[in-house]
Design a protein around this ligand. Structure first.
Ligand code: SF4
Length: 405
């Protein structure tokens, strides 16, 4: 059987049955074909062969019809950009619809329930345990947690139970991973990421980190499918798929630069040095205007955003490195990457001051230049430059010492 025949066979098997699921999807504007394509893409993201497509379809159906492992989507200190990335208010993609079909008992930003009803759904789920906790935004520790109050109390108070009772935590977006923008220097709200909070409080729940700002919906659903539906959590296989920063290696294993469509221009030394120029119009490489693609590990150029329409570099912006996770030299990706349109990050001087290496270079260059000019003026004034060294008059000092010519 050829690969194409095998693929057709897999999709035929996956198309059989699941009638109820397809009706549910159709009601949300998702065709059977779109759904099967999403199953195939999810299998690829998880590093599985196409043969698991029927398994993914069956797992989504059973989870949609008989939710057993609920999920909570909790917002910490966040701009809700990750929620927006998932929801895409005009026409949600298949990933969003599938996530919606799973049992999300609490989704603060977009849920219908409000007030005590909403809180009850959350607290009951936390008490029962065994759920997937999807956490968006930073953990806000500042001012005894009072920088983020939910339902009349600091969110910080419920986090030990929320994280501790979960079967797994998926940290969505850079803020949940290492504090992101919210934790950028000088971090007045004492924000941090979920994993750091868990480590500090002795919570051992597995944490899957999905950085970027915002998160890609396809990654979230792929992880939910992996954890919730394919039993990778029980077997522990999911942990073997994570890198040192808790990121799935299949998603965060290659640099943006490796797969960038502008890479040919980089190799040819064709760069954009200024926006609004001919070089920019020609789609040259954005390295010289600060692109962090060479040091940022994600598969953005392959998966893209907004129903795979485009992504940052393709739409003309340099990569700002938001897929970077963790603290290096005490700084997260915002501190390391800013200012984003410069090749170098700011260097901290003391507590509150930062300076660009380029600026230091200019100052040092100007200082050296100034010294040379002053030296030249001094030489001229002393007469040491007149006529050049060979014709230089003997100076009084040399004469007294009996040296010189
Ligand atoms: Fe690499 Fe960025 Fe240039 Fe793309 S635009 S080739 S990621 S440096």
């Amino acid at each position: 059987m050829t690969f194409r025949e095998r693929e057709k066979e897999v999709y035929r098997m996956a198309s059989e049955d699941h009638g109820v699921l397809y009706e549910l999807l159709a009601a949300r504007g998702v065709t059977r074909r779109d759904f099967l394509k999403w199953c195939g893409a999810t299998a690829t993201l998880l590093g599985l062969s196409e043969s698991v497509v029927p398994r993914i379809a069956a797992a989504v159906e059973s989870a949609a019809l008989m939710p057993q492992a609920p999920a909570l989507w909790i917002n910490g200190g966040a701009c809700s950009g990750c929620t927006e990335s998932m929801a895409q208010s005009d026409s949600p993609d298949v990933a969003t619809v599938v996530l919606d079909l799973l049992s999300i008992n609490y989704f603060e930003t977009i849920m219908m329930a409000q007030g005590e009803d909403a809180e009850e759904a959350k607290t009951d789920t936390i008490a029962d345990g065994g759920y997937i906790c999807i956490y968006e935004g930073s953990v806000m520790r500042g001012f005894d947690g009072n920088v983020l109050r939910v339902a009349g109390k600091p969110q910080l108070e419920e986090l030990p139970d929320l994280f501790g009772n979960a079967a797994a935590i998926i940290s969505v977006g850079s803020c949940a991973v290492d504090g992101g923008w919210v934790a950028a220097r000088p971090n007045p709200a004492d924000a941090t990421g979920v994993k750091q909070f868990c480590d500090d409080n002795g919570i051992s729940t597995p944490v899957i980190n999905l950085p970027t700002c915002p998160v890609n919906p396809e990654w979230v659903t792929a992880m939910v499918v992996d954890v919730l539906l394919l039993g990778e959590l029980e077997s522990g296989a999911i942990l073997d798929k994570l890198d040192d920063f808790g990121r799935p290696r299949l998603i965060f294993g290659q640099t943006i630069h490796d797969n960038c469509p502008r890479r040919g221009h980089f190799e040819n030394g064709e760069f954009v040095y200024e926006f609004g120029t001919e070089e920019e119009a020609k789609g040259f490489c954005l390295y010289a205007v600060g692109c962090k693609g060479p040091q940022t590990f994600t598969n953005c150029p392959i998966v893209r955003w907004n129903r795979r329409a485009s992504w940052c570099v393709e739409s003309g912006s340099p990569c700002i490195g938001c897929g970077t996770a963790g603290y290096q030299e005490g700084m997260n990706w915002v501190d390391q990457g800013a200012p984003f349109l410069n090749r170098h990050r700011d260097l901290p001087i003391g507590e509150d001051t930062t300076v660009q290496p380029t600026t230091i270079g200019w100052i040092a260059g100007a200082a050296v230049g100034g010294v040379l000019v002053a030296h030249g003026i001094g030489m001229k004034a002393a007469g040491r430059m007149d006529g050049g060294a060979d014709y230089e008059e003997m100076k009084e000092h040399d004469r007294r010492k009996g040296g010189g010519k």
